[in-house]
Structure formats: C-alpha cells, structure tokens
Design a binder for this molecule. Sequence first.
Ligand SMILES: *Cc1c(COP(=O)(O)O)cnc(C)c1O
Length: 404
Amino acid sequence: MFTVNANYQKLPGSYLFSTVAKKVAAYQKENPDADIIRLGIGDVTQPIAPAIISALHKAVDEMGNAETFHGYAPDLGYEFLREAIRKNDYEARGCDIAADEIFISDGAKSDSGNIQELFSEDNIVAVTDPVYPVYVDSNVMGGRLGTFDPKSEKWSELIYMPSVAENNFVPDFPEKTPDIIYLCIPNNPTGTSMTKDEVQGWVDYANRNGCVIIYDAAYEAYITEDNVPHSIYECDGARECAIEIRSFSKKAGFTGLRLGFTVVPKDLKQGGVSLRDMWARRHGTKFNGAPYIVQRAGEAVYSPEGSAQVSAQVASYMKNAHAIKDGLSDLGYNAYGGVNSPYIWLKTPNGMSSWDFFDFLLEKANIVGTPGSGFGPSGEGYFRLTAFGTYENSIRALERIKNL
Ligand SMILES: *Cc1c(COP(=O)(O)O)cnc(C)c1O
C-alpha cells in the first residue's frame, strides 16, 4: 500500500488569488456594466520586445534544419547565455561569478521552490513577513515548518521576521538563529528594498551564524536607486553564504516564455560539501533544460537593441508605479514601494482590514488589488497594487480613489 507525503496534507488551501477571482467574478456578474480596473495580478502585460522576437524566430528556423537543429541542452544551460549573464549581470557590477556557477532554468518559481531539497529536514527557516508564498509552502512540503495554526496563521517551526512600516520594511535579526534565510529584494509584495549596507548586514549575520541566504532578485531590473544592490554578490562574503535566484519574467516579459537562473558559488560549502555540486547533481538528474529557442531569446535580452527595449518596458511600468505611489501619497495614503519595484504597498485607511479594503475598493471604485493579509500575518492592514497595467488605467484608478 502506498502512503502519501503527509506534509502536503498540512498545507492550507491557497485561497488568496482564487478568492480574489471569485469576488471579482461575482461583482462583475451583478454589475455587468462595471468597468473594473485590475491592479491585482503580478504579471506583465506588454508584449515581448522586437529584438527578442527576432531571436526567437531565428532559433525556431534553426530547429527546422538538420545542420542547426538543437536537441538536449547542456546540463547547466547553453554557454552563450551563461556567459552573457556572467558578463552583464555580474562582471559589469563588479561581482566575481563564474559561468559554471550559473544554472539556467525555466524560472525563479521552480528554483525557489526546489532549492530547499539541498537542505536537511531539521534546518530552521526564516522568512520576512509578508512573503512570496513559494518559500513557505515548499518548505512545508519538505517537512520543515511543523504545524499550521489557523488562528495566528503561523507555522510552528517557521521564524517570521516582520517587515512593516515601523521598521521601514527592513526586518530585525531574529531572536532565534535560523539556518536558512529567504530574502526577496526588491520585495514582492511590499515593493520595498534594502540598501547595500543593509544587505551587507545580512551577509555578515549569515556568515557569523553559519546560515545560508536564498536571495530572490526577480525584480532586480526595477531598481532605480544607486544604493540598492542588484546582486547579493556585490556584498563582501556573499560567495560563502548566498544563493541568488533571478528571472527573465518581470525583467523582459518572459512569464509565458519561461526562463530564469540560479547562482550557486563554489565557495558555498558545509562540512566540505559543495552546494554548487549538489545543485549541479540535482539539475542533471531532475531537469532537462530550458528550451534552446528560449535560451536564445534570453541571450537577446542582453544585446544592445534587446536591452534598450526591455529597459524601456521596465521604465514604462515604473512610470505607472511612480504615478500611483505619488498620487496615493498626495491623497493622504501611506504608500510604500514603487521606487525600485512595480508594487505599491499601502496602509489601509482608518484601520480597515485588508479584505474589508478589498471589498470597499472593488464596490466603490471598481478597482481590484490584493489584500496584504494573503501574504502573511504582518500583511494585515496593508494592500498591494501593481504597476503592470497601462498608464491610462493607473491614472484612471487614481482618479477613482480620489473621488471615493
Ligand atoms: C514573479 C516572481 C517569481 C517568479 O518568477 P518566474 O521566473 O516567472 O517563475 C519569483 N519570485 C518572485 C518574488 C516573484 O514575484
């Protein structure tokens, strides 16, 4: 008789986006004429840039010709892409990362969910609260987080590091020392970031205490401030304690194409065991590579035309972000983020709960956002708006909020 991985049974249903969708559908059904503006989802809306589309077309044609056909990709990913990443994302920023420390994947969600396999079950995990849910749920599946208490909405063995307005969204070092620390900078959902000195503080903390940092830099391309690091490897000592995960999704609109990568430096070791070699083993055994055509598309992101085109897309989302953030602040809202990321995180007015504000905004302004409490207990009383819509809709949404 087979038995199931009982850890899956511990997972509470993921109700956030399905509840949002249900509420919006019900409202639209009752109000068929309502012109709903959707600022809830974390997905890009602009089409793939022309230089990337040309690279895709070219690669597709190569696949139809015996001389230029490509089958299985090398285990770590194609050298042309890993080399472009090494040069543009690391060397250009003064980071010492070798091409064979870069592992091409189908995206940051899979990597950030799979990386926990490298660590034994008794590791203690710390996350910032609120948090991107993948880090938590994948560790539940790995049996590390104990039991879920529906009342406090907390896992018994997980360390929550509140990341709230009171601490400027920079969590304090936890009282109990963790083994694995997840950091997402710039942050989803809060849209806030940390300075290089602050990240350096976490690197020093990790090296002092024997922790590993899983650093999710999915929003690196949205950084506009000079003192925010684009990579954790800009910090001294990060090669000894940090794994970095990146994505082409938000940077270049690859949410439907699928491409990302993870960096595991050779200096990251425990008891003489190299995490880089473990990840290489895992990659070789369980993953057969991102598609050749998509890796060529990824290479085009670094070409002069491609990089100018994707920068223009990011800049246009950031124009929306600034408009929403500044507009809300002018209206007296406490709004955060939106400077180095496409997310605006606002404090709900008059102490409303996140879900009450969701209903209020949907019914009174026909705007959809995401309730902060869906990202963790410290998200209660906050609300997330995204800048991934059009400029026109961002301005219209603001007008409606003004008229509330
Ligand atoms: C969107 C997002 C990802 C997922 O990226 P993919 O490469 O599309 O899987 C990872 N981490 C964070 C924080 C995200 O917001």
